[in-house]
Design a protein around this ligand. Structure first.
Ligand code: MN
Length: 249
């Protein structure tokens, strides 16, 4: 059984609205994207679509930086990803050896704090993350929706984990879904924006830059190394895409 997912409605602000794909511990790349490429301002609204941590080299640095920006008044919003959810679950059912081994496997031992537990400020940030953010004109979620269900937005495990799901603009209340979770090549992302698809992927496999074909790409997507390995951002009103090459190592 799914626990009831958290939802949040975020009204439009006065300035830009930017959505950023799966960061996975790529803190340096994120910094360049936010402050060199996007010239982020405190009046901008920024939405992250989950999986801030794990796999990449700097999970703790990503979270610490985002918490510091929140303290400075930046308008950052976070959708929960399966990686945040799994960390919370491991912390909830805490067992010293297992927890350490799990973080080690995820390449995220830097998230450990006192007593070998998940650092408390990170746990609080994860716990506050909704599974779904609704905007005036878009849905934001990490993974997917099973629109055959009567209440697709109530299915936490779909929101966190589902892959290769068919979108349906009408069943989505006329709002396209912006999502991450599944590494997607740049041409496929660009086409989804250009043709205004009902689902727009924003995970360009940033953390896979120096690796071979990512596991579990979208079906039908072709692997070409040069089409992967960027941290992707999407500006909602101008419909502009940004692809920041991954520089974390
Ligand atoms: Mn994911």
């Amino acid at each position: 059984m799914d626990a009831k997912p958290l939802r949040q409605f975020v009204p439009r602000g006065q300035s830009r609205r930017l959505v950023i794909g799966d960061v996975h511990g790529c803190a340096v790349t994120l910094e360049i994207l936010m402050f060199r490429t996007l010239d982020l301002q405190p009046s901008d609204q920024v939405f992250f679509i989950g999986d801030l941590v794990d796999k990449g080299p700097r999970s703790a640095q990503v979270l610490s930086r985002l918490l510091a920006l929140l303290d400075k008044g930046y308008q950052l919003h976070f959708v929960r990803g399966n990686h945040e959810e799994n960390l919370l679950a491991a912390e909830r059912e805490y067992e010293p050896g297992y927890f350490w081994g799990y973080l080690k496997r995820m390449g995220a031992l830097d998230l450990l704090g006192p007593g070998q537990r998940l650092r408390a400020e990170f746990r609080r940030l994860f716990e506050a993350m909704p599974h779904h953010i609704e905007l005036d004109d878009f849905h934001l979620l990490h993974a997917g929706l099973d629109l055959a269900k009567a209440w697709p937005f109530e299915a936490a495990s779909d929101l966190l984990e589902l892959r290769d799901w068919p979108a349906d603009l009408e069943k989505q209340g006329g709002k396209p879904v912006l999502y991450g979770h599944q590494p997607t090549t740049r041409p496929v992302i660009e086409r989804a924006v250009r043709e205004a698809h009902a689902k727009i992927p924003l995970d360009n496999g940033c953390v896979y830059r120096h690796k071979s074909r990512p596991l579990r790409m979208a079906s039908g997507d072709d692997f070409r190394a040069e089409d992967f390995g960027h941290l992707c951002a999407f500006e909602l009103d101008s419909r502009s895409l940004f692809f920041e090459p991954m520089v974390d190592s």
